[in-house]
Design a protein around this ligand. Structure first.
Ligand code: IPE
Ligand code: MG
Length: 231
């Protein structure tokens, strides 16, 4: 979700108002995902690098998360949405942590859409914490280092049990991954939309899906029709 600041700037408003509008876009995106039959939606809400922003803006983003969970949790639960949070929890303030845990616990049994909120998340940090966990297990003699494989690493990461993303959408025209799900998105399709996140609506979502559907995914193999043609 990128472009909140620019959206506000274009209107001569403070960045905060872009983030506020961004929350509206989040609401719409969750609703659209449900309607479009998507089973997993991961939103990159706050990266482990976003702490470098001015303190006011960091506080603003924290408050908006609290606002979103407080205001929308009951509705998400009614809509049978399961909320899951990925990212490093150790450095989060207790009130934020409590809210996120409450959201996860309340919605644990829900099965319509899985909404994964990446908060204080960084892909390298996710991999680093998984490496630490496996190293500790090895040091305790629970696992043998030579047996560590991709599945074990995947299971030690925050997204354990969540399928790898098929599609990664980034708004605002930037064409970077910015440390988002770098392990999990190894074979994802990337769609970069010029629209700023506050303008991301159902039709933008559908545009991303259209682009996704036109891609030819081979996962390192050769497409079947090319094999048939002998090319
Ligand atoms: C995304 O918009 C905000 C998040 C932290 C999710 P930005 O704040 O990065 O907006 P720009 O890039 O400054 O326009
Ligand atoms: Mg940005």
């Amino acid at each position: 979700m990128d472009g909140n600041g620019r959206w506000a700037q274009q209107r001569g408003q403070a960045r905060t108002s872009g983030h506020r509008k961004g929350v509206e876009a989040v609401r719409q995106a969750v609703k659209s995902a449900g309607e479009l039959g998507i089973k997993y939606l991961t939103l990159f809400a706050f990266s482990s690098e976003n702490w470098r922003r001015p303190e006011d803006e960091v506080n603003d983003l924290m408050n908006l998360l609290k606002f979103f969970v407080r205001r929308d949790l009951a509705e998400l639960h009614r809509e049978n949405v399961r909320v899951r949070v990925i990212g490093d929890r150790k450095t989060l303030k207790p009130d934020i942590l409590a809210l996120l845990t409450e959201a996860e616990e309340l919605t644990r049994e829900n099965g319509a859409l899985e909404l994964i909120i990446a908060f204080n998340y960084g892909g390298r940090d996710d991999i680093t914490r998984a490496a630490r966990l496996l190293a500790m297990r090895a040091a305790r003699g629970e696992i043998a280092p030579e047996n560590i494989d991709e599945d074990m690493i995947g299971d030690a990461m925050d997204t354990s049990g969540v399928p790898d993303p098929d599609l990664v959408i980034r708004t605002s025209g930037e064409q970077r991954i910015s440390n988002f799900l770098i392990w999990q998105a190894a074979y994802a399709e990337f769609v970069f939309l010029p629209c700023l996140w506050p303008d991301f609506d159902r039709s933008e979502f559908e545009e991303a899906l259209r682009q996704f559907s036109s891609r030819n995914r081979r996962f390192g193999a050769v497409a079947e029709q090319d094999l048939a043609l002998g090319s």
